[in-house]
Design a binder for this molecule. Structure first.
Ligand SMILES: [Fe+2]
Ligand SMILES: [Fe+2]
Ligand SMILES: [Fe+2]
Length: 423
């Protein structure tokens, strides 16, 4: 990553803004939900459904409150390492449902390990990382990645295993009766599932309305909203700097799956924070600028991502798809209570100073200051890195270009400050 000698990020203080206790469940569920779309662009809600089923099994097993939370968050994040450029892991598993095929597919084989690696770097997520690592282990030892068997597999991984398979089976086959689901599960029950957990699940399906709920996306939403209310938790993001580092990770993941530049959002954050310092913004506001930079393109993970990496000339309809991303980013972040201001900054990061930008054609001071900062930082990074459609410019030429579009695309005051400071 290009780090300017005057970079402020290297000595950015560890400091966090108080977020409501619903932050963890809100943010994580919106993030995974956004990433999970099937080939037709329809929301697949795989991890949401797996969390719901796991939660119901946990309830039936009489788990304690704390354990219920751990199970829920592990289920929600079990496939976080399975977000890829072309498709989500759950779609791949629908395409390759047999265990031999799965073990032979590198991406499938590696995804549970990737989920573990992502989560393990955060001390408060370490326990969950152990659970997600083993969510494809089979009770008879035939699963992956380690071939663990029986009770060597963590209990919550065994619960997630059956919940995961139930969702994949329901997506693979049109199952209209409870008994049909049970017979389908029966085929693999012996080797794949813990017989005790399988028994609990079979009973649950017979005696509750879970099957009907799973068949109805609206009912799933209602159930999950009710469960989310039981999950407020300050623990996961309580260790110093966890929110910053988690947003950074999300930034890298977003850039990784939507462009050839996996450090774009990090550099945008660096430039944007520099500008915010030069403008003498309050420390709290500077932090919001930093977070908005990390998350500004998060909407690109939603739906068809191929337009962002397409090498051929884009059609007008493809361009308009690209122009939807600030709105998509807003839709994800605005659902997280406490993040409304950041959502608003992100929504306007492609507005032009003269009113010719998108999505709302705002101009001049009607564009939030943080969005005007993002606009300059984003454009400067785009100019100084290689993209599909252009070769990178050196810094001096890029600064000249900023000046050329000062007052039309960019806020002249910001451009002047930025140039004075960098040249
Ligand atoms: Fe998985
Ligand atoms: Fe899964
Ligand atoms: Fe953007």
């Amino acid at each position: 990553m290009t780090t300017h000698p005057q970079s402020r990020l290297t000595h950015f203080p560890i400091q966090e803004i108080d977020l409501p206790s619903s932050f963890a469940v809100d943010f994580l569920s919106e993030f995974v939900r956004a990433a999970e779309f099937d080939k037709t662009g329809k929301q697949s809600s795989h991890s949401i459904i797996v969390s719901l089923i796991s939660h119901k099994i946990g309830e039936k097993l009489g788990l304690e409150r704390k354990e219920m939370k751990e199970l829920f968050f592990a289920a929600l994040l079990h496939d976080i390492g399975g977000i890829a450029q072309a498709e989500h892991i759950s779609e791949k598993l629908v395409a390759i449902p047999d265990i031999f095929g799965q073990k032979n597919d590198f991406f499938i084989f590696a995804h549970s390990h990737r989920s573990e690696t992502i989560l393990k770097s955060f001390p408060t997520f370490r326990k969950i990382s152990e659970i997600v690592k083993s969510h494809h282990e089979f009770f008879d030892g035939g699963g992956f990645p380690s071939g663990l068997s029986g009770e060597k597999i963590p209990l919550f991984s065994r619960i997630i295993r059956i919940a995961d398979t139930v969702d994949i089976l329901l997506k693979l086959h049109s199952v209209n009766k409870k008994d049909d689901l049970i017979s389908l599960l029966n085929i693999v029950a012996g080797e794949e599932f813990d017989p005790a957990i399988y028994g609990v699940f079979a009973q649950l399906i017979q005696e509750s309305d879970l099957f009907e709920v799973l068949k109805d996306p609206k009912a799933v939403e209602l159930e999950i909203e009710a469960i989310k209310k039981l999950m407020p938790d300050n623990y996961y993001f309580s260790a110093p700097d966890t929110i910053n580092r988690f947003f950074r990770t999300v930034a890298v993941m977003t850039d990784n799956i939507t462009s050839y530049e996996d450090t774009h959002s990090l550099r945008v954050a660096e430039f944007a924070v520099n500008i915010a310092y030069l403008l003498k913004l309050d420390p709290d506001e500077i932090l919001l600028v930093r977070w908005a930079s990390f998350l500004h393109d998060i909407g690109k993970i939603k739906g068809d991502r191929s337009v962002y990496t397409k090498k051929d000339k884009l059609s007008e309809s493809e361009w308009s798809k690209i122009r939807e991303h600030p709105q998509k980013s807003f839709d994800i972040i605005n659902k997280v209570s406490g993040m409304e201001k950041i959502a608003y900054y992100i929504l306007h990061h492609h507005e032009n100073f003269d009113g010719s930008g998108y999505p709302d054609n705002l101009s001049a001071n009607r564009i939030p200051l943080a969005s005007r900062i993002l606009r300059v930082a984003d454009a400067f990074d785009a100019m100084t890195t290689d993209r599909i459609y252009h070769r990178k410019k050196d810094w001096q030429r890029a600064l000249k270009e900023l000046k050329n579009f000062s007052g039309t695309q960019f806020d002249p005051e910001i451009v002047e400050l930025f140039i004075d400071n960098l040249s």
